[in-house]
Ligand binder design. Structure first.
Ligand SMILES: NC(=O)c1ccc[n+]([C@@H]2O[C@H](COP(=O)([O-])OP(=O)(O)OC[C@H]3O[C@@H](n4cnc5c(N)ncnc54)[C@H](OP(=O)(O)O)[C@@H]3O)[C@@H](O)[C@H]2O)c1
Length: 237
């Protein structure tokens, strides 16, 4: 099986690559710039991990990466859209309406929403070509949920809500197509992780979250809700 992971150089992405390779999955590890941790992992699993340069905020970069990959792996079983950004701080006491940084908000949407839309646009034909054992994971966040979250991380939460809406529409489309209905699609909240992004809230090791996500990809949890928004344990959100 072959999977693409975005944002593969650190945080959850790096652990998804490690855990996937441990399960003998061929991984295309896509990132803006590699870094020593990912290079070391690729040396450990030279037959399984291929690092590729891809900035999900840049359409040309995603298209180029896809062309390169298509020449090597014309069939992909799926991908894990993991790359993401979170700006701001929950300790910021300013008025979040008037103090919002519009450029940061734009970046957030460009990466967290359009990044996944770009990857799906260009890489989905490779998944169509695989024909079986197909799965798409878009890494979301419980921040997309409207209840009980106060006002912090507003642009980020809005971006994940938009990602959820887009993903659900694509899931509905795939489910309506006889030759594509087997493609499982999930929105996964990976937990509040001990990563750079989770520095103000983290409690879960990203390796634990990565293991849970691969269990879901391997269909070990029998998840079949019509709105497939789960946490990394497979609990419906
Ligand atoms: N951490 C949490 O508590 C938490 C909670 C809920 C959901 N999530 C979600 O989980 C996912 C992973 O988060 P994390 O905690 O692992 O974050 P992280 O440690 O900050 O890592 C983010 C990853 O995304 C990559 N990335 C950012 N912009 C990119 C771009 N334009 N193109 C390609 N890659 C890009 C980063 O690469 P660079 O090194 O190039 O910046 C990095 O590899 C995200 O989707 C996040 O929203 C995290």
């Amino acid at each position: 099986m072959t999977y693409l992971v975005t944002g593969a150089n650190r945080g959850l992405g790096l652990e998804l690559v490690r855990e996937g390779a441990r399960h003998n999955i061929k991984i295309i590890a896509a990132c803006r710039s590699g870094g020593e941790a990912l290079s070391a992992l690729a040396r450990e699993y030279p037959d399984l991990i291929r690092i590729i340069s891809m900035d999900v905020a840049d359409t040309g970069s995603v298209e180029r990466a896809c062309r390169e990959i298509a020449g090597i792996y014309p069939n992909l079983n799926g991908f894990i859209n993991n790359a993401g950004v979170l700006y701001g701080s929950k300790f910021d006491t300013r008025d979040p309406i008037t103090a919002i940084d519009i450029d940061e908000a734009g970046d957030t949407f460009n990466i967290n929403v359009l990044g996944t839309i770009r990857v799906m646009k260009y890489f989905m034909p490779l998944v169509y070509a695989a024909g079986e054992d197909r799965c798409i994971v878009n890494v979301s966040s419980d921040g997309a949920v409207l209840r009980d979250h106060g006002h912090v991380y507003a642009s980020y939460s809005a971006s994940k809500a938009a990602l959820n809406a887009y993903t659900q529409r694509m899931r509905n489309y795939l489910a309506s197509q006889p030759d594509k209905a087997d493609i499982r699609v999930y929105l996964i909240h990976p937990g509040k992780m001990l990563t750079a992004m989770g520095k103000e809230i983290g409690e879960v090791r990203p390796s634990e979250s990565a293991a849970g996500i691969w269990d879901i990809v391997f269909n070990r949890k029998d998840l079949n809700a019509s709105i497939p928004f789960y946490d990394y344990h497979g609990k419906l959100i």
